[in-house]
Design a protein around this ligand. Structure first.
Ligand code: SAM
Length: 564
């Protein structure tokens, strides 16, 4: 792909993202997924295309919301003017070779040099497609037949994969997905960052350690070691949280996901990337609601009680929380409801109600109360314990979160004597991980509630060597510098838009030994790596971690060391 084509794709992604319903709109104000918060911060609306977990699925909208408008975009409209000189026009049927995959998980094909994006097509395949929409530089086409299938094409186990949109890559073998995620990072490093990637070095080869300790020529540099993506041994049933919209379809209460391109809720009994217990609880709650005659919220009229069923499962402790999001405070037959839930689902230790009476697609309202049991459930990532409330953010794939954080700690190279800054710290999960191995950790985060959670989790774990401050990293860290705080290591984990330039400047001025950059957006990651490289750092290693199997989301952890 040429630079121009790469640029076109980025422009395309930007244009599409503008049409998408915001993740914060779907997920509530308190940052319900790591990836969502990357789209602009907890509680902040953003137009950024975002990655990550949706209501019940893993991708841009188990509720279909994220994918709906982009699909509408792809479907084109009948009034589309003919663009002169293109080799294809709308409704043409052509056979094309698929030569790659874009970051939306669409196969990238060429019809006489003209780029067509085809959902469901895999690299290496020959497919027959129908052109849906054409633009000057590229168009969209619908997959009609796979003429030559990729050896990596697999049968999709999920019966609603085609309708749902939460996952984008189930038709690709897991090994194929992981290899693509690594290649995606390499492409970004080379094409956008203009950075030199080393040849094939394997994980555990010691290359990172050797490079970090100067065992290679610092000027010429050995090239960045891009490790194979760390995937899951069992890449199913990995989500610990379900957020299921409830509504009325054909007169009956249903809960599931939004059908593609519409606001019609399709009932769903199981989601293969969701923990089974979350599926069970949602099913029970729907059945109880139907038995008790509870009304479902109607988006059009703003009437009806039950809006969302949110379920959280602590993988380590087994504890579960149920949150009923209701359009009003009064719940008819509340005692019967609570009694039935307790009787039928004994793992639930907390039943909460969140009241949201606004006609909005934001899931949570401002008022949350406990209906029965505790106000939090407890879980662990590694050795660190977390209290999870109805609204607090918690990573949705706890198994891979531990993998990512362990990598972050490894890259930080801590001996117990270091001062570490954790920028964009959220509820301080990485800070608390680092604090186990450092002398002092400072965390900064823009959302006040997240810092409150961070402080109480530090207390819960008896950690006294970590301080948290509310504010923008680009404001607070320069002030810390002026106050004389010197960091040996700076960890950044910014939203999708990447680091603020003022923060990057401050990092270059503070000159920490190491910078560890955790990112969910390879494009902004490599843009920032380029700036840090130009300012005196060398990117030693990049490790992608598959936080959301079967979706297009790519998460990375990168180690940079000072060239001098
Ligand atoms: C990708 S999340 C990282 C969260 C955390 N490190 C974790 O692993 O859970 C990015 C965080 O940056 C916060 N944020 C966004 N802009 C910020 C800024 N300018 N300064 C500080 N925090 C910011 C968001 O609210 C969000 O919590």
């Amino acid at each position: 792909m040429t630079n121009k084509q790469g640029q076109n794709r980025q422009n395309q992604a930007r244009r599409e993202s503008k049409g998408k319903r915001t993740e914060s709109g779907r997920q509530g104000q308190n940052g319900e997924s790591r990836q969502m918060r990357r789209s602009g911060g907890i509680g902040q609306k953003s137009n950024n295309e975002r990655t990550g977990a949706a209501t019940n699925g893993g991708g841009r909208g188990r509720n279909g919301a994220g994918s709906a408008s982009s699909r509408r975009n792809r479907e084109g409209n009948s009034s589309q003017a003919q663009i002169e000189g293109l080799p294809v026009t709308k409704n043409d049927e052509v056979a094309i070779d698929i030569i790659g995959m874009n970051h939306d998980g669409e196969g990238v094909g060429r019809a006489e040099g003209y780029t067509l994006f085809v959902q469901g097509a895999l690299p290496g395949e020959k497919v027959r497609v129908k052109v849906l929409k054409t633009k000057k530089q590229y168009g969209y086409a619908k997959l009609l037949d796979v003429l030559t299938p990729s050896p990596d094409r697999v049968a999709t186990p999920c019966p609603i994969y085609d309708q749902c949109g939460g996952c984008q890559l189930q038709h690709w073998s897991y090994a194929g997905q992981l290899a693509w995620k690594r290649q995606h990072v390499i492409d970004a490093l080379e094409r956008i960052g203009k950075l030199h990637v080393a040849g094939e070095l394997q994980a555990g080869s010691g290359a990172a350690e050797a490079a970090a300790h100067g065992a290679v020529d610092a000027e010429a540099g050995p090239g960045i070691n891009v490790l194979p993506t760390l995937g899951m041994a069992e890449p199913w049933r990995y989500r610990n949280k379900a957020q299921v919209p409830v509504g009325v379809t054909d007169g009956a209460l249903v809960g599931g996901f939004y059908a593609r391109g519409s606001h019609r809720i399709v009932d769903m009994e199981t989601c293969l990337i969701q923990h089974e217990h979350n599926d069970d609880v949602v099913s029970h709650v729907k059945a109880i609601a139907r038995d008790l005659g509870v009304t479902a919220y109607d988006e059009e009229t703003g009437r009806g009680l039950l809006r969302h069923v949110v379920v959280k499962k602590a993988f380590r402790t087994g504890e579960m929380m149920l949150v009923l999001v209701t359009n009003g405070r009064d719940i008819p037959h509340a005692d019967a409801w609570i009694g039935l839930i307790r009787e039928q689902i004994p793992q639930v230790v907390s039943i909460c109600q969140n009241v949201n009476t606004k006609q909005t697609n934001v899931i949570f309202g401002d008022e949350t109360r406990v209906l029965w049991g505790r106000d939090v459930i407890y879980d662990y990532i590694g050795e660190v314990q977390f209290a999870i409330s109805a609204r607090s953010f918690y990573q949705v794939n706890p198994v891979q979160t531990e993998v990512l954080y362990n990598k972050t700690v490894e890259y930080a190279g801590l001996t117990g004597k270091e001062t570490v800054i954790d920028a964009y710290c959220g509820i301080g999960t990485i800070s608390l991980f680092l604090a186990q191995h450092a002398d002092q950790v400072y965390g900064v985060e823009i959302v006040k509630e997240a810092i409150e959670d961070a402080r109480s989790n530090a207390e819960l774990n008896g950690m006294t060597n970590v301080k948290f401050e509310v504010g923008a990293s680009e404001d607070v860290i320069p002030r810390w510098k002026q106050e004389g705080i010197e960091a040996d290591v700076i960890v950044v984990d910014p939203p999708r838009k990447g680091c603020d330039p003022r923060l990057l400047e401050t990092i270059l001025e503070m000159k920490p030994e190491r910078v560890v950059y955790v990112s969910c957006n390879p494009s902004t990651l490599v843009r920032d790596l380029r700036i840090l490289e130009d300012g005196g750092y060398r990117t030693v290693e990049v490790q992608s971690v598959d936080m959301f199997p079967h979706t297009v989301h790519v998460e990375c952890c990168s180690l940079l060391v000072r060239k001098d």
